[in-house]
Design a protein around this ligand. Structure first.
Ligand SMILES: [Zn+2]
Length: 537
C-alpha cells in the first residue's frame, strides 16, 4: 500500500473506533415499569392541562396509547398486575381474580398466598409468585442477561409480586401492621439493609402533615365538579377536604392518600442506589406499583377532588423522581413504561347527576342474594331435587341433579332461566361456554380470557352495565368487563422514543412483549400479547 494511502486508512479506522465508543448503546440501562393501580384511561386527557411534572413529561414526550384496554373481564388488581408482568391473559397466567375458590377443596385461595413461604419481618402468611403459572418480563430479562437485576415494589403484596415475575432479585411490599416494607422467604431470608432501614414512622413524621389538604388552589378542583358528592365514603366525619390523619392509625391511613406512593418512590430511590440499578453495563428492571390511586378511587370515586389531588401530587413526585433517576443513571438511559391493572366505575350517585340515568348501586347481600336464594329454592322444587342446585360461590350441584336423572345441560338451562329474571343480571355463562368456540360474543370472549378451569367457577354472571355491584353503601369499585373498568392509561417514554399519540385499541398483554422486543430479548409462547409497532419500530 502506498504510504499516502496508509496515512488515510489508519486514521479512518481510529475515527470509526472513536465513533463506536461515543455512540451510546440504544438499549436502556434501566427500565422503570410503573403500574398505577386504578389509573383510568381518561385521566391523562381530562387533567392534561393541570399536570406540570412526571405525567406531563411522559404524555407529551412519550408514546401515549389513548385506547388501551384489558380485553378481559377480570378487572382486578391480581389479574391486572400478572397481565402487565407476563404479557399473558388471566386464562394463561392462572391469576383469574384476587381470590378464587379451589373447585376441588372449595377453599378460598388468595392470588399470592403461599403456605410454603414465611413472612420476613412482616405479619400474617407468606406471599409469593407460586400461583403464577407463567414467567414474566423479569425472568426473560435475567435468562438473556444473567447479570441484570430485577426488583418489584408496591404498597400491595399482590402488586409487587405479580409484576415481578417468578424469580426477581427482590419483591417488597408494605405491611401495614408492621409499618414497614417486607418480603417473604420465597425471595430471601433477610430483608436487605436499605429496606430495613427505611423507618416508616420517621418518614411519616418528616413527610406527612397532620391533614391531607389540597395541593392547588380550590379553583383548580372546582373546574371538575364538587368536592362533596353523593356516594362518597367518609374519611372520618365527612368526605370533603381537609382530611385529618388519625395519628394512632396513620400507618394504615396513609394508604388512602397520595403519601403511601410518595413513600414508595423513596423506597425505589433506595433500591436504585443500593443495587446500582441502571449504573452497570447491563439493563436492569424496576417494577413499581403505586396503590394510593386505587384506595382513594374506591373511597371517593374517579371524579372526586381526592383522586385529582392524588394525581396532582403524584405528577409532582414522579417528576422529581425521574429527575433523580436521570441524574444517577443518565439521560436517554431510562425507559419508563406506565400503565394500570384496571380502571374504576363512577359513583352511581354522581353519574346520575351528570345524566347517566341508568347508573345505580346494587348491594349484593341486600339486593341480589335473597332473590338468588329464592329462585334457587323454586328451581329445586321444580326440578324435584333434594338439595339446592345453586351452591355458594357460583357452584352448581350437578350431583344432586344427576341423582334424579337431570343432566347438566338441563340443570344449567333451568338455572340460567331463573337468574335472568332477576333485575340487574344480563347474562350467565357456564364452564362449557368458557371453552366454546361457537357463538362467542364480545363479552363471553372477555370471560374466556379470564377463565382457567382448575380455578374456575361453575357459572359466571354478567351484571348490567353502569350497575355498581358492591357490598358497601358508599364508594366505588371495579371488576366488570365494561369499559369504565377496563380502559386504562398506557405510555412509553425515554430511551430515544419519539412523541406520538396512538388512538387504535391496544391491550395490556402487549406491554411486556413490547418491552422485551425493545430490549432485544426473547419471550416464551405463554405470551398472549404482541409487541406494539408504534414503540418497537
Ligand atoms: Zn388494583
Amino acid at each position: 500500500m502506498p504510504n499516502v494511502l496508509r496515512f488515510f486508512v489508519f486514521p479512518a479506522v481510529l475515527v470509526s473506533a472513536l465513533i463506536s465508543c461515543a455512540v451510546p448503546t440504544d438499549r436502556p440501562r434501566l427500565v422503570l415499569y410503573v403500574s398505577i393501580d386504578q389509573l383510568r384511561g381518561d385521566y391523562f386527557e381530562r387533567y392534561q392541562s393541570e399536570f406540570t411534572g412526571g405525567f406531563r413529561r411522559l404524555v407529551t414526550a412519550g408514546v401515549n396509547f389513548t385506547n388501551a384496554d384489558l380485553n378481559y373481564a377480570a378487572s382486578e388488581t391480581g389479574p391486572g398486575h400478572a397481565t402487565l408482568g407476563t404479557g399473558a391473559y388471566p386464562a394463561t397466567s392462572g391469576i383469574v381474580s384476587n381470590e378464587w375458590i379451589d373447585p376441588r377443596t372449595r377453599r378460598e385461595v388468595y392470588c399470592v398466598e403461599d403456605s410454603t413461604a414465611e413472612p420476613v419481618e412482616g405479619y400474617g402468611g407468606g406471599f409469593s409468585a407460586r400461583n403464577l403459572l407463567v414467567t414474566g418480563l423479569g425472568d426473560w430479562l435475567k435468562a438473556s442477561s444473567p447479570k441484570s437485576k430485577v426488583f418489584s415494589l408496591s404498597p400491595k403484596d399482590r402488586g409487587a409480586i405479580l409484576m415481578g415475575g417468578k424469580h426477581p432479585d427482590g419483591a417488597f411490599w408494605y405491611d401495614r401492621k408492621a409499618g414497614r416494607f417486607v418480603t417473604s422467604t420465597y425471595y430471601t431470608r433477610r430483608l436487605p439493609s436499605y429496606v430495613r432501614s427505611l423507618d416508616v414512622s420517621e418518614w411519616i413524621e418528616k413527610n406527612v402533615p397532620p391533614s391531607w389538604e389540597k395541593l392547588m388552589p380550590e379553583s383548580v378542583y372546582a373546574r371538575y365538579g364538587p368536592d362533596e358528592m353523593g356516594g362518597e365514603a367518609k374519611w372520618q366525619d365527612d368526605s370533603s377536604f381537609p382530611h385529618p390523619f388519625d395519628q394512632e392509625n396513620i400507618k394504615e391511613q396513609i394508604r388512602t392518600s397520595p403519601y403511601v406512593d410518595v413513600l414508595l418512590l423513596d423506597l425505589a430511590r433506595e433500591v436504585i442506589n443500593a443495587e446500582e440499578l441502571g449504573q452497570r453495563d447491563v439493563t436492569d428492571l424496576l417494577c413499581i406499583s403505586l396503590s394510593g390511586c386505587d384506595y382513594v378511587g374506591h373511597a371517593f370515586g374517579p371524579n372526586s377532588h381526592e383522586v385529582l389531588d392524588y394525581l396532582l401530587r403524584i405528577d409532582q413526585a414522579l417528576g422529581a423522581f425521574l429527575d433523580d433517576v436521570e441524574r444517577r443513571v443518565g439521560k436517554d438511559a431510562v425507559l419508563v413504561v406506565m400503565s394500570a391493572d384496571h380502571a374504576v366505575q363512577m359513583l352511581p350517585e354522581y353519574a346520575k347527576t351528570i345524566g347517566n340515568e341508568r347508573s345505580r348501586r346494587i348491594i349484593f347481600r341486600r339486593d341480589l342474594q335473597p332473590k338468588i336464594a329464592a329462585l334457587a329454592a323454586a328451581s329445586r322444587k321444580e326440578l324435584g331435587l333434594l338439595e339446592s342446585p345453586v351452591q355458594q360461590n357460583a357452584f352448581l350441584n350437578y350431583e344432586a341433579a344427576a341423582r334424579v336423572g337431570i343432566d347438566s345441560v338441563t340443570l344449567e338451562q333451568s338455572v340460567k332461566r331463573s337468574l335472568l329474571t332477576i333485575d340487574g343480571i344480563e347474562d350467565v355463562y357456564f364452564r362449557r361456554d368458557m371453552t366454546s368456540r361457537e357463538n362467542v360474543s364480545s363479552y363471553l370472549d372477555k370471560y374466556q380470557r379470564s377463565y382457567y378451569a382448575p380455578r374456575g367457577k361453575d357459572f359466571y354472571v354478567r351484571f348490567c352495565e353502569d350497575c355498581l355491584i358492591t357490598s358497601s353503601p358508599t364508594g366505588s369499585t371495579h371488576g366488570s368487563p365494561y369499559r369504565y373498568d377496563t380502559h386504562v392509561a398506557m405510555v412509553f417514554w425515554g430511551a430515544g422514543l419519539q412523541s406520538k399519540t396512538v388512538t387504535r385499541e391496544v391491550h395490556t398483554v402487549d406491554v411486556a412483549p413490547t418491552i422485551a422486543k425493545l430490549l432485544g430479548i426473547t419471550y416464551p409462547s405463554t405470551v398472549d400479547g404482541i409487541p406494539l409497532p408504534e414503540v418497537t419500530n
